[in-house]
Ligand binder design. Structure first.
Ligand code: NAX
Ligand code: ADP
Ligand code: K
Length: 466
């Protein structure tokens, strides 16, 4: 797990005041981390490297970089479309002016560029881009070359929102530490591979406390069995409430079984076709250790649903139930909620936090997850999306491993099945959500064919050899 911050300027300030580092030292290291990445990516010394710099310190990082690269590459081209404004940018430019680094006035007819380094705007972007800046980014995006962004792709603001256009990077080197703006669903399209540039001080000294965490592969804790003298009851009994759209519950049940639950029962009103190892029952069995409900529920009997919700058993709740105020009576520590954005909007309305549409939510995912968690700190929330956000007790965990191959009916049902399986096996609500989400996305990422053909059954197969 890595720490994520709302902003890092206070951390930079600490470096100056507490560790007596200067802005120049930090900037030299920022440029050095860009240089290291470029040296890995671009081996040919004759390559054409275009560094595009804005007026502030993001631009200053780029100007500094041109000096550091000069030894190694013959064709460094600096482009400063708006000149320089910040003190550091002026200092760095005066240094570079003593060297013979090529500067150009326009990129309109530029050709044969091997690498573009985007240092136009960083954390200082605070208003929509003017037409000239938009045009420049559009031109840069159309260049067929490798692309690196310094700190954050230019055009993404500190909330992770894009006004109009943003630079499309294949790698982003963010300076000092991870920032929340990098993890909006909207930004995911532009960031590429994300790396942190060290600023000349250890993470332990640079970073402070935070409530936001970035999940890593190494955080995944699979339900590997430690007991030798075990029986099926050792690994819990997951029960999936099957609704009128039966497929959803069948997928969830199968996923639950494959992820290690000792027993899985589908609660049905009439017998249905499903794998023979899934039991079927008209009621929730007595020894049930976790319940999944909501997926494919369709029309339902409220009294029956309330009776199930009344059971003091951990549950994962999905889909249709986010539209029913019945849920308001149960938002306690026993629940994991797994809404997609539209369902979360319905839930936010029900609980009186906001009456917004999906567009507004997607621009402010973290904000609304925080508000939910402030109001219901005990309940675990998993907000689906390109980046999954999981919150509990005012802490937020971000899972960025998901891929577009998951954009398919049934992906969410598999996720619910994985969560109920871990709940049944004794994981806490928070740990079930985190680990099931990691397994779900890592399996999708590992799928080896293409990014359009993944099916829920492939996810289930993938769980077998994750
Ligand atoms: N200690 C530090 O402060 C460090 C800063 N670093 C770099 O500094 C960057 C932040 O520098 P700044 O705070 O100077 O900010 P930026 O360089 O991101 O940009 C700020 C400048 O752009 C202008 N601007 C903002 N939005 C605009 C728009 N839409 N159209 C036109 N102009 C616009 C602002 O008026 C300001 O002059 C970071 O992203 C990082 O790259 C790194 O060198 C690491 C250390
Ligand atoms: N572009 C994407 N990138 C990453 N994950 C995605 C993407 N699209 C969908 N997903 C994931 O796929 C799942 C879809 O769930 P959901 O919308 O509930 O589908 P369904 O109800 O049909 O099963 C969620 O876990 C979501 O995070
Ligand atoms: K940038």
């Amino acid at each position: 797990m890595k720490k994520v911050f709302n902003e890092v300027s206070s951390l930079d300030k600490k470096c100056y005041e507490k560790y007596l580092l200067s802005e120049e030292i930090l900037m030299e290291h920022a440029a050095l981390s860009l240089k290291n990445e470029i040296e890995k990516k671009v081996k040919n010394h004759n390559s054409n490297i275009l560094i595009v710099c804005g007026v502030g310190n993001n631009g200053a990082d780029g100007i500094t970089l041109s000096r550091l690269l000069q030894n190694r590459y013959k064709n460094i081209i600096l482009y400063l479309p708006f000149g320089v404004k910040s003190n550091m940018a002026k200092i760095q430019l005066s240094r570079v002016n003593t060297l013979k680094i090529k500067q150009i006035d326009t990129i309109e007819d530029i050709k044969d560029i091997d690498l573009v380094v985007d240092c136009l705007f960083g954390s200082g972007l605070n208003k929509p881009l003017n037409n000239e800046a938009k045009k420049i980014i559009e031109n840069l995006n159309s260049i067929n070359a490798k692309k690196i962004s310094c700190d954050i792709p230019s055009g993404i603001n500190s909330e992770g929102y894009i006004y109009d256009i943003a630079f499309k990077a294949d790698t982003t080197i963010t300076m000092g530490a991870l920032k929340i703006s990098l993890f909006s669903d909207i930004a995911k399209e532009y960031i590429g591979k994300l790396k942190v540039g060290n600023l000349g001080i250890s993470d332990e000294l640079y970073e402070e406390k935070t409530n936001i965490y970035f999940l890593e592969k190494s955080d995944l804790q699979l339900p590997l069995r430690k007991e030798i003298n075990s029986h099926k009851g050792t690994f819990g009994h997951a029960c999936v409430v099957i609704g009128s759209k039966k497929g959803a519950g069948i997928l969830a049940s199968d996923a639950a079984f494959n992820f290690g639950a000792g027993l899985v029962t589908a609660m049905v009103h009439e017998e249905i076709q499903m794998p023979y190892y899934i039991m079927q029952s008209h009621n929730i069995p007595e020894n049930t250790t976790a319940i999944a409900m909501g997926m494919g529920l369709g029309l339902y009997d409220k009294i029956e649903i309330r009776k199930i919700l009344d059971l003091k058993i951990k549950k994962v709740i999905d889909a249709d139930l986010f539209y029913d105020e019945i849920i308001l009576d149960y938002l306690d520590e026993n629940l994991v909620l797994t809404p997609h954005p539209k369902e979360f909007c319905a839930l936010l309305k029900l609980i009186g936090i906001a009456n917004i549409d999906v567009n507004d939510l997607q621009k402010n995912r973290i904000k609304y997850v925080k508000e939910f968690s402030n109001k219901y700190p005990k309940t675990t929330l998993l907000l689906k999306g390109a980046n999954v956000l999981i919150s509990q007790n005012q802490k937020i965990y971000i899972n960025t491993f998901g891929t577009t191959s998951l954009s398919k009916g049934g992906s969410g049902d598999i996720l619910s099945g994985l969560i109920v399986s871990l709940l049944a096996q004794g994981y806490s609500c928070k740990d079930s959500a985190i680990n099931a989400s990691l397994a779900h996305t890592l399996v999708a990422k590992k799928y080896r064919y293409n990014n359009y053909s993944l099916t829920p059954n492939d996810l289930i197969k993938g769980i077998k050899n994750i």
